[in-house]
Design a protein. Structure first.
Length: 148
């Protein structure tokens, strides 16, 4: 019984140390959409989904929600430059299982008066073949843009 107890303790320790990070597999949930408006505090490029592509992840300071981390899109997809100090508005899916600051997967981002659609209403990424409106699989930047 002792080896099993030690193994269980090790698994529990590992699980508790990983809780403050986003889940290894997380997904966009259209039923958990929230809006966050604030100022970009930090910009990170993370290998969120393995080594496929580095994702732009912003740390936003919002008056309503405080500090939030927002997964935007692959680095190559966003044509607009984002800088610390910029005002942004994000609509995204809130991950409930993450402890610490709220973590969102962005559906759209508005910056400098421009609204950029990142995912369709079901959450499919616009940079993938599934999210392409015309079915062409165009991977050269946002397919739909609009001004607010």
């Amino acid at each position: 019984m002792k080896p099993i107890g030690m193994m269980l303790a090790a698994v529990m320790f590992l699980a508790s140390s990983l809780r403050s990070q986003p889940a290894a597999f997380h997904f966009f949930d259209p039923d958990k959409l929230v809006d966050v408006q604030g100022t970009v505090q930090r910009i990170d490029l993370e290998e969120t989904y393995g080594k496929r592509s580095r994702f732009l992840v912003l740390t936003i300071l919002s008056l309503e929600q405080g500090v939030c981390r927002v997964e935007i899109c692959p680095q190559w997809f966003l044509e607009q430059d984002v800088a610390a100090g910029m005002k942004v508005r994000i609509r995204g899916s809130l991950l409930a299982e993450v402890e610490g600051p709220p973590y969102l997967i962005a559906q759209e981002i508005s910056l400098l008066g421009e609204r950029i659609i990142l995912r369709d209403r079901r959450g499919f990424p616009m940079w993938s073949r599934h999210g392409a409106q015309d079915g062409s699989g165009n991977r050269k930047g946002p397919l739909r843009r609009g001004r607010r």
